[in-house]
Design a protein around this ligand. Structure first.
Ligand SMILES: [Zn+2]
Length: 256
């Protein structure tokens, strides 16, 4: 961590985080209603929340299909009316196939603010094959955020065979945001990755992957992780306003 040294004044602070881009609701694999998630996010002082439930798949049979996505979109519109001082971004989380391909039903992403993609299970992959799968995800024109590339495999499995330098260079080229998982147990990106990301101009998102409202606050642990790596606000995408973020995500899709 930062030791006894006084942190530089421009290190990212919890109050710099305006919103979160990875959370789940009762529509799919989360516990709480959208309404409850919004209430807690507002109490935390956030300005917006991105809801990113899973797309229905073999891995997530209770995930969203077209009808679920449309119903969620309608409720998001209602909630924006109910809470005019708060914004909601409508996202979707998708697991990539083992080779990095995405199985997206036609039109599923048309109304979304963003698409967040998680990598497949690394088991059986070599560093070359898993890195190629990750690069395919990053270069996909519909993908906005690569979710925790190294996260949440560490506790029970060997290190993820991923060439992070190639991943970050590809993300810099495509404008794809790389997620920094806020859960310290995930052992996600390390300081070397974060410094390289900043040097290359890769946007990072500090996200809690919250499946219940009480876990939204985990982003503050993510900020501590980011501070320990010397990160300031410049390349942390959720220090942007919701409108700035929408413009950036759309701009990335156009570029793709
Ligand atoms: Zn998730």
């Amino acid at each position: 961590m930062t030791g006894d040294h006084q942190p530089a004044p421009d290190l990212v602070r919890p109050c710099d985080i305006r919103g979160l881009l990875h959370s789940h609701s009762g529509y799919a694999d989360g516990v709480h209603s959208l309404h409850r998630m919004v209430e807690i996010a507002r109490e935390l002082g956030l300005e917006y929340l991105g809801i990113s439930d899973h797309l229905r798949s073999e891995r997530h049979p209770d995930g969203l299909d077209h009808d679920g996505e449309a119903a969620q979109r309608a409720e998001i519109t209602e909630l924006k009316r109910e809470f005019p001082d708060f914004d909601l971004l409508h996202g979707l989380e998708v697991y990539a196939e083992p080779d990095g391909e995405l199985r997206l039903p036609n039109g599923i992403a048309d109304h979304l603010d963003y698409l967040l993609v998680s990598l497949p299970d690394p088991e059986g992959h070599t560093t070359e094959s898993f890195t190629e799968a990750a690069l395919r995800v990053i270069r996909h024109p519909e993908v906005d955020i690569l979710s925790r590339p190294l996260g949440c495999y560490m506790l029970s499995k060997p290190p993820v065979p991923l060439d992070m330098e190639r991943v970050l260079r590809a993300a810099a080229e495509s404008g794809t945001v790389i997620e920094l998982d806020a859960n310290p147990a995930c052992n996600d990106l390390d300081g070397t990755h974060c410094r390289l990301a900043v040097d290359l101009g890769v946007w990072l998102a500090i996200n809690p992957n919250a499946r219940r409202a009480a876990r939204l606050v985990d982003y503050r642990q993510g900020v501590e992780i980011a501070r320990s790596m010397g990160l300031d606000c410049r390349w942390i995408v959720n220090t942007l306003t919701a409108d700035q973020l929408r413009d950036r995500l759309r701009g990335q899709r156009r570029a793709g």
